[in-house]
Design a protein around this ligand. Sequence first.
Ligand code: NI
Length: 184
Amino acid sequence: MAILPIVTYGHPALRQKAKPVTRDDDVRELVENMFETMKNAQGIGLAANQVGVLKRVIVIDVSELEAYKDEKPLVLINPEVIEMEGEWDMEEGCLSIPVVRDVVNRSEKVRIRYNDFDLNEHELEAEGIPGRVILHEIDHLNGVLFIDHLSPGRRKFHKGTLLEIKRGELEIPYPVLGSQEEVS
Ligand code: NI
């Protein structure tokens, strides 16, 4: 297993649409590394785009949160939202946009379809924080960031910090790749 550098705001991989995982892809090692990378950065969700890999792969582990301590880690391959219901506000952050946090309105309940490692199809219903993380991470696979959901005013409020991240001026407590660096 390896801790991979997380690409930060301004990196093109965060704005690209990830491609579906096919029979020709073996993503087991990628998934292991993503879990290790996420844990090291104390995150609860990570999309492959965030380690510069444009494949539709997400890992989630909310068990560090007291209210979800019995939740099992999730590996979602080729996830797709099939139903959404309700809405609620909650503050979010993102390992690719360190320091910036803001309230995002998302669906309360979500139903998704996804694949396992053998590309068998499954369905899953989630709400609360797990549901929110799933939606945040599926956004990543589509090149969408949580700050895209904010009002122009709130985006303007974060502009200075975003610029600092882009320029690599922020001290970040886990390995990162700046906006201009190539993924190896
Ligand atoms: Ni994120």
